[in-house]
Design a protein around this ligand. Structure first.
Ligand code: ATP
Ligand code: MG
Length: 140
């Protein structure tokens, strides 16, 4: 399996509850390396661009409101099969369906306030990383 990079966001529900370190501990325990990280307040335009694929969904407005409601921590994670590994570590979108020990089972409040984002494919990972990081901000 190849070393891969994925894009992660620790969402406002988690930063509000001071859970950045707790989420990072789960990430690192899973063997993923945090090779870039910064805490930002997303603008509305950034959130709408980031979630453009969901623009037609009924929850789009609520999703963009939430993602701009407080600080987020954007990250690049690196490791073997990082995209699928991180999706496993996050658990199901709805915490009610998430497996034991996953980030969303441990910390998420609801399907909307679900603590973490992780890219779903190599193409989206590359686009998402490029939206938030310059190449020289990522140090593997
Ligand atoms: P993410 O893209 O954040 O990693 P995901 O890939 O598991 O999550 P998506 O289907 O891409 O889930 O949905 C993107 C985000 O939109 C979810 O993480 C969640 O915050 C929000 N969302 C999804 N479904 C709903 C819903 N039914 N109601 C409210 N918010 C939702
Ligand atoms: Mg998604």
């Amino acid at each position: 399996m190849a070393i891969q990079r994925t894009f992660s966001i620790i969402k406002p529900d988690a930063t509000k509850r001071n859970l950045t370190g707790a989420v990072n501990a789960v990430i690192e325990k899973a063997g993923l390396r945090i090779v870039a990280q910064k805490r930002i307040l997303m603008t509305r335009a950034q959130a709408e661009t980031f979630y453009a694929v969901h623009a037609a969904r009924p929850f789009f407005g609520e999703l963009c409101d939430f993602m701009t409601s407080g600080p987020v921590v954007v990250q690049v994670l690196e490791g073997e099969n990082a995209i699928a590994t991180y999706r496993d570590v996050m658990g199901a979108t709805n915490p009610a369906n998430a497996a034991e020990g996953t980030i969303r089972k441990l910390f998420a409040l609801s399907v909307g306030e679900n603590t973490a984002h992780g890219s779903d494919a190599p193409e989206t990972a590359a686009l998402e990383i490029a939206q938030f990081f310059a190449g020289n901000e990522i140090v593997g």
